[in-house]
Design a protein around this ligand. Structure first.
Ligand SMILES: [Zn+2]
Length: 241
């Protein structure tokens, strides 16, 4: 009995060691809540003394990220999903505090909203980042929905070691909603109707991830944007049907 047990524990050890060798960073246990979550932790990037991407001709990243995050939060609540807003005003929140907020939730997913910056003014497009395998599905879905925006450019879905993703114990994604260093995308980011559209596409992806497609209802503003001028109809919360 002793020998087989020893062999088993050696095999287990070797397996654990090989897993550890695969990752260069400490990876916390990620619980895959992407089909069960009741809460979305909505993280507006930057804030306060940290402006994020900043260009003379446009609003700082911290402002447009907050606006998209707030619109996203509103849409999720209209779909009967609880939200935790990491910030709801122009305040600085250290990354470790953001991680603490996301990991305090028992059954959640985490979505961080950012805008991008590049020295190359031609750089443009949406990018969605994730770290754990449990987050890939949500990341792909968000990227796919963003790509339904007319004339959008696909920067792809990528892994990244951002702290809010790496240390998350739930599915966690970070969305770069276009480049503020690109004139066309910065102009779009200045337009509240466009930010409404961004929030709508991200919200739909999150609701689809949780409940399947066909449950989400776009807001009247977005419906109007998509289908010319139609009188705004009231929203039927997804959960009440
Ligand atoms: Zn950012």
């Amino acid at each position: 009995m002793t020998m087989p047990r020893l062999v088993i524990s050696f095999v287990t050890l070797a397996f654990v060691a090989s897993l550890a060798a695969c990752s260069t960073v400490r990876t916390s246990n990620v619980k895959n809540t992407s089909k069960t979550f009741t809460t979305v932790v909505v993280d507006a990037g930057h804030g306060g003394k940290d402006s994020g991407a900043y260009r003379r001709y446009g609003p700082p990243e911290k402002m447009v990220a907050l606006d998209v995050a707030q619109r996203l939060g509103q849409k999720l609540r209209e779909s009967q999903i609880k939200t935790i807003m990491v910030r709801d005003s122009d305040v600085f929140i250290p990354l470790n505090d953001r991680v603490a907020i996301e990991n305090k939730q028992k059954n959640a997913v985490f979505v961080s909203i950012h805008f991008n910056d590049s020295r190359t003014r031609r750089a443009r497009g949406f990018e969605t980042y994730y770290h754990s395998g449990a987050s890939l599905d949500l990341a792909s879905r968000i990227q796919q929905k963003l790509m339904t925006i007319p004339n959008s450019s696909n920067g792809g879905v990528h892994t990244a070691n951002f702290r809010v993703l790496r240390l998350a114990s739930c599915p966690a994604v970070l969305v770069e909603c276009g480049y503020l260093s690109n004139r066309a995308e910065a102009n779009q980011a200045r337009d509240w109707e466009y930010r409404e559209l961004l929030a709508d596409r991200i919200a739909e992806a999150i609701v689809d991830e949780r409940y399947g497609s066909g449950v989400y209802r776009p807001s009247p503003q977005v419906a109007a944007q998509l289908r010319a001028a139609e009188p705004a109809s009231s929203i039927t919360p997804a959960g009440s049907r």
